[in-house]
Ligand binder design. Structure first.
Ligand SMILES: [Mg+2]
Length: 206
């Protein structure tokens, strides 16, 4: 890794994104389409709902998902309950299965995690999806080494969200100036860090 040591200079807490950061997402979307061809309208509705829900903040996970599945169902034959069942029982488990089968943890992410452990730096996973523990397990990464496992929807929104990013810091008892966000999407992970005044690095730069 090029600058791992410099990257962690003055850092007491690292907040990792999961999808695209701990593993390379290339090919995952196509694999999801080929596995879920029988429910493509639901898959398309999920993507659209995700885009439409950006920058909307809810008070809780229940409220977030209530709105999310309503948006996913608008103008379709299925209702929010069907959308919810599909999301939790088909969509996320399929994504986890595809990760287990076709994707590997990025070596630079593993090195950074190891470096943090060695230095006693606190670590969190802050995902934009769910199934955090299952996906870590699918990648062969021990979830027990993190101080916090959380997704943005659990905190009421999608990334980037200032209230959610602040909650992550609060839950960790972390100060923004000594916190580093590591992600793969500057407009989500980088923006999250910027909103709370934390540092950020794109995993592709390591
Ligand atoms: Mg990502």
């Amino acid at each position: 890794m090029k600058d791992a040591k410099n990257v962690l200079n003055g850092v007491a807490t690292v907040v990792f994104d999961l999808d695209g950061t701990l593993y390379n997402k290339r090919g995952l979307a196509q694999r999801m389409v080929s596995r879920l061809w029988w429910c493509l309208p639901l898959l398309a509705a999920e993507r659209l709902a995700r885009r439409n829900m950006h920058y909307v903040q809810y008070a809780s996970e229940d409220e977030f998902f209530g709105a999310f599945f309503m948006v996913m169902s608008r103008g379709h034959w299925w209702g929010p309950n069907t959308a919810a069942q599909w999301y939790h029982m088909i969509y996320l488990p399929t994504m986890t299965r595809m990760i287990r089968r076709y994707h590997h943890a990025r070596p630079q992410a593993l090195e950074l995690i190891a470096e943090c452990r060695q230095k006693g730096i606190k670590m969190a996973i802050y995902s934009d999806y769910g199934a955090v523990t299952e996906k870590l397990e699918a990648l062969g990464i021990d979830s027990g080494q993190f101080d916090l496992l959380v997704s943005a929807p659990q905190l009421g929104a999608l990334k980037p969200s200032e209230p959610c990013a602040r909650q992550v810091l609060e839950l960790l008892g972390a100060k923004p100036e000594t916190t580093l966000f590591v992600g793969d999407r500057d407009e989500k992970d980088g923006a999250s860090a910027k909103m709370v005044g934390a540092k950020y690095i794109n995993i592709e730069k390591l």
